[in-house]
Design a protein around this ligand. Structure first.
Ligand SMILES: Nc1ncnc2c1ncn2[C@@H]1O[C@H](COP(=O)(O)OP(=O)(O)OP(=O)(O)O)[C@@H](O)[C@H]1O
Length: 311
């Protein structure tokens, strides 16, 4: 089946008891490296599980790779890989046996599955450890073997749920490098779920921010990074009241932040008019900071929403 979008969700609703975890999510995603970003408990894993029919949705429709999951769920799953957030290995099994077995579960004949398993274990950088029981692996190795099993059947789309969890910065960087290659070198679309902005910022070309079961932002990384609110934070040592008055005369709303700095909605394409105003008035700024790009700002807002709900 041909497709333009790898994921299309319409009105996706999921409740656990009284809690609405996905609140009528609408989302259309073309092929690519997609970052699903949100604070802990935002609903990322539940979203992935509902798409993969590991959890039953309460309402809405979903198409993956152009096929409605309610009609073609089983067939579609063969073309999709999944590395869950939790450990998913089979206790007592050796690494290469386990990945081979996952290939067979996806319908591959044993020989083909074994060959492809070794290729994927090479890809994720597993050496002789592949002949050891997975139970003895370090966290980094377990994350890598989860990626190998998700790719063994050569899917068109792969979901990686928090694949950098529990890793030190070096381990995180290694995993992110691997994930970047999945899309760039193999053309397999990747949905990378993370609560870390840095993860998705580095390697995803499209970002979805989810908070409290709702999509709060969805755009290309480039668009989110270039979108800036015409605001600035001004640090001045004195004359704050005078500056506030000058800004009000100019028609630029300003407010004093808790740290004593002034937040100015200057509405201009650059900081130059604000700098000129201050220079002409003889007020010397210690620093003028542009507002963060939309990606940072939206993610901070998502974190903030989460915190407010927790209080
Ligand atoms: N099986 C379940 N039964 C009841 N509540 C659940 C279940 N699974 C998840 N939840 C709740 O649904 C909400 C969303 O959880 P989910 O795991 O989807 O979030 P997440 O964004 O993946 O978070 P994290 O980054 O911590 O993995 C949370 O409040 C969680 O407690």
């Amino acid at each position: 089946m041909s497709y333009t979008n790898v994921i299309e969700a319409r009105g996706l609703l999921k409740r656990y008891g009284p809690q609405t975890v996905l609140n009528k999510v609408d989302l259309t995603l073309p092929p690519g490296a997609i970052g699903l970003l949100g604070p802990n408990g935002a609903g990322k894993s539940t979203f992935i599980k509902c798409l993969l029919q590991l959890e039953q949705k309460d309402a809405g429709s979903v198409s993956l790779l152009g096929a409605d999951i309610d009609q073609f769920g089983r067939e579609t799953r063969r073309r999709i890989g999944y590395a869950p957030e939790q450990d998913c290995h089979i206790p007592g099994m050796v690494g290469c046996e386990y990945v081979t077995y996952c290939g067979e579960l996806s319908g591959m004949p044993f020989e083909a599955a074994r060959q492809r398993a070794h290729e994927m274990l090479d890809f994720v950088g597993m050496g002789q450890e592949r002949y050891r029981k997975v139970d003895t692996y370090s966290t980094g190795m377990k994350q890598r073997i989860k990626i190998a099993q998700a790719l063994v059947h050569d899917p068109d789309l792969v979901f990686l749920d928090e694949p950098t969890n529990g890793l030190d910065p070096k381990g995180q960087a290694l995993i992110l490098e691997l994930i970047e290659r999945i899309w760039k070198e193999s053309g397999i679309s990747v949905v990378l779920s993370s609560h870390l902005l840095h993860d998705v910022d580095r390697i995803c070309d499209r970002i979805v921010i989810i908070a409290q079961g709702q999509i709060v932002a969805h755009d290309t990384l480039a668009a989110l990074k270039s979108r800036r609110r015409p605001e600035a934070e001004v640090v001045v040592a004195d004359q704050k009241e005078r500056l506030m008055n000058l800004l009000a005369e100019k028609g630029w709303p300003a407010r004093m932040l808790n740290n004593g700095n002034l937040k100015v909605e200057h509405g201009e394409a650059s900081l130059n008019p604000l700098i000129s105003l201050m220079r002409e008035s003889g007020i010397v700024p210690l620093e003028i900071k542009e507002s963060p790009n939309a990606l940072n700002e939206l993610f901070l807002q998502a974190l903030e929403t989460k915190r407010e709900v927790a209080l």
